[in-house]
Design a protein around this ligand. Sequence first.
Ligand SMILES: Cc1ncc(COP(=O)(O)O)c(C=O)c1O
Length: 393
Amino acid sequence: MTIDPTTAAAEISTEAFAANIGAISELVAPVTVMVVAKADGYGHGLLTMTAAARAAGAAWLGVAVPGEARAVRAAGDRGRLFCWLYGPGEDLTDLVAADVDLGVSSIDELARIVAAGRRAGRAARIHLKIDTGLTRSGAPAALWPRLCASAATAEDAGDIEVVGLWSHLATAEDPEHRSVASQIARFDEAVAVAHSYGLKPELRHLANSAGALGLPKARYEMVRGGIAAYGVDPGVDVAERAGITLRPVMTLVAHLVQVKAIAAGTSVSYGHTWTADRDTCVGLVPIGYADGLLRHAGNAGTVTVNGRAVPIVGRVCMDQCLVDLGPQPTDRVGDRVVVFGAGGQRANDLAAACGTVGYEIVTRIGPRLRRVLTSGKDAPIGTSPPATTRRGD
Ligand SMILES: Cc1ncc(COP(=O)(O)O)c(C=O)c1O
């Protein structure tokens, strides 16, 4: 059940997506850019974005969970695809058979993938992960030599092919943060250890968008770019400092469904948390927190109506919210409201008002809002694969 796109929709520009991928690729060249499309293509539509990334020249795609990798393969994609977050009970045989590269953080995971490869009748392609300081997944430094030794033995036996060594940065948007240099140094040490066990994979990858844009030393052979490809700055002015311009890929729009005059002293929405201090007009916007407009935006965020920013007043409801259009507005029912994106504020601006990050703003857009391709053909509905395991960010 989706909302009629003439009422509210998430407009998706694959052209902007391609331009962003092009800008990032040019900046980091000759380093390879893996385009990350987890979490339903950062909320933009998994299969639309993976197809668009390939069309923009992406040789590598990255997803978090097996269900996402399966959906990409089921759609006919046969290019390089990396998947790194799976549950302890998940059978990965079909992923190995489908030529999906898998991240490996422990000897237990390695053993499971060796077994999956044997069942699939082929060597599994793996990327060994070292925890360099994010303290999330990845082998701790103390266990890294054992993991390398086991991987070398499995590779010699023909059970696996070690394609990559990788890790993930904690504070890449702040190049001066001391953890940046420390993570790069630990990563280099881990690579040297892997080499000492005879592992010579073709790829090292450490950087996310912020690292790709702002930390040349962290680029190695490949970077994993997610949020920047979707046109959202990974931090504050990270893209500007890198000298590139990112275009928003998603524009969240709605059309005013009601405009009504209220008298000074009138309170609006649940809890009556906002009261008009003058005679004014409020507009009803048919997007609510079930559609991803965070409840925190009430009395904090703005939207753009006919080119001007107007405040969201009162509580954001499940399906709708109210904006203060001011006294005697010229705005009418049916006028376009830009919540964020082209012609409005950035996702990061709304995020700041809500005390969160642009990542959360775009990935929270609910399934009820159609993803409408601005180039013409609508994005397929229901591209999200079933949630099979945990998700990481
Ligand atoms: C392991 C991994 N690599 C790459 C990315 C992409 O990060 P970003 O969207 O900041 O580019 C993510 C996302 O958080 C991630 O979890």
